[in-house]
Design a protein around this ligand. Structure first.
Ligand SMILES: [Fe+2]
Length: 338
């Protein structure tokens, strides 16, 4: 009787203890996708680590981490776009991580040179066009400035990070002067003042306002996979797409990633979380849940993502691209890209 009780007590302790000992993880995230919920719950299930989420837009989170300083409870910063990850690094908000798992799983271009941030998923910024109106869609980024497309293009505003990183990449690939001429040409070709999110650029094709729109792949793949307002199956039939600059620099990629916060109180848990994001399970979920391209090579694409086809990516150094963002912002002002 006595021994049974002791065993039961030991079991209870050993069941309860790991969860307690493993503790918590404070995640600052600006990823805006409901489907990420599953990423977090599966991590908690596998490790017993509770995730406390603080969500906000990226700039708010960076400002908050900076203000919190050494007392910041942040363990992880998760955000979208290299320029933001670079900014967090430059602000001293991240720390280097030495992980054999991350080192071996992620390609080198998805790892910051100092291992302060890592990219876990990718999206291509490509062209979508109205097949019923456009016979010869542009085939590369440079061609967007061609007067042949006057009054046809739709893109979002220059305050958006996707616009900034795209122009920053054009600067890196073609030089500042060519990039400015390009931006001017694109502005001349706008069908309407820049507005809305990427899905709104696709809706513009359906409404007839736009003939050629630029959007990240995952917004279109999402509409292939499930109902998106204004993008029903019939409408999608009339939308064609082009992976730009094939045979040249390749399709512009932006990535989603994260790093361990400089003053992470739960540093070991934070590293474990990043390693989890590089696991097959989490990587498949980036594709199946949010229609992104996995960062880890060889991980299966979800059907909606695979439907877009294979393409050549622009492998330009994204850290260098991020450093061009201030120049890109100046050019946007100079050419009147709102
Ligand atoms: Fe997005």
């Amino acid at each position: 009787m006595t021994s049974t009780r002791i065993i039961a007590a030991t079991l209870a302790a050993s069941c309860a203890l790991p969860a307690y000992a493993n503790g918590e993880l404070n995640l600052y995230s600006s990823r805006h996708y409901d489907t990420d919920e599953r990423l977090y719950s599966e991590f908690t299930e596998a490790t017993g680590i509770t995730i406390n989420r603080i969500e906000g837009n990226a700039d708010e989170l960076l400002t908050r981490m900076e203000a919190e300083g050494a007392n910041s409870p942040a363990d992880i910063l998760l955000t979208v776009d290299t320029s933001r990850l670079e900014r967090a690094k430059e602000m001293g908000l991240l720390q280097s991580v030495d992980s054999d798992v991350l080192e071996s799983r992620l390609p080198s271009y998805l790892q910051d040179a100092d291992n302060q941030w890592f990219g876990f998923s990718q999206r291509a910024r490509i062209f979508f066009y109205d097949k019923t109106d456009v016979e010869n869609p542009p085939l590369d980024y440079v061609s967007l400035a061609d007067p042949a497309y006057e009054g046809q293009l739709c893109h979002r505003s220059s305050s958006n990070v996707y616009s900034q990183t795209l122009l920053a990449a054009v600067i890196e690939n073609h030089g500042e002067e060519a990039a400015k001429n390009w931006a001017q040409g694109v502005v001349n070709n706008f069908a309407r003042a820049p507005q809305g999110g990427d899905t709104d650029q696709l809706r513009g094709l359906v409404s007839g306002e736009c003939d050629v729109s630029i959007s990240n792949t995952y917004y279109f793949a999402r509409a292939l996979r499930k109902d998106v307002d204004g993008l029903d199956k019939e409408a999608l039939e009339n939308i064609g797409w082009v992976f730009p600059a094939q045979g040249a620099e390749g399709a512009h990629m932006n990535l989603s990633g994260g790093g361990v916060a400089a003053n992470a109180p739960n540093r070991d848990n934070a590293v474990l979380f990043l390693e989890y994001l590089a696991s097959d399970q989490a990587q498949e979920y980036f594709s199946a849940g949010n229609d992104e391209y996995p960062g880890v090579p060889g991980v299966a694409l979800s059907p909606s993502v695979a439907a877009l086809g294979f393409f050549q990516t622009d492998n330009v150094d994204l850290s260098k691209v991020a450093k061009n963002v201030p120049t890109a912002q100046r050019i946007f002002n100079e050419v009147g890209w709102d």
